[in-house]
Design a protein around this ligand. Sequence first.
Ligand SMILES: [Zn+2]
Length: 66
Amino acid sequence: MDDSYCETPGGGPGPGSAPARPPVPDEPFAECVLCREPTEYPESVKGVTLCPVCEWQEAQRTACSG
Ligand SMILES: [Zn+2]
């Protein structure tokens, strides 16, 4: 019984050490073209950017079209 620290050396994926290169730098997120909510994409992304909600709704629409 020695669980004073939740640290497992060489164990699973833990946020112990900071990643050398974060996937998204300190960059403003692009706005959703539909609801103007911030998306998961940086502003440098070209084309239409949708927030997760609108992205999901678009997927549903296209899936149900026909
Ligand atoms: Zn949206």
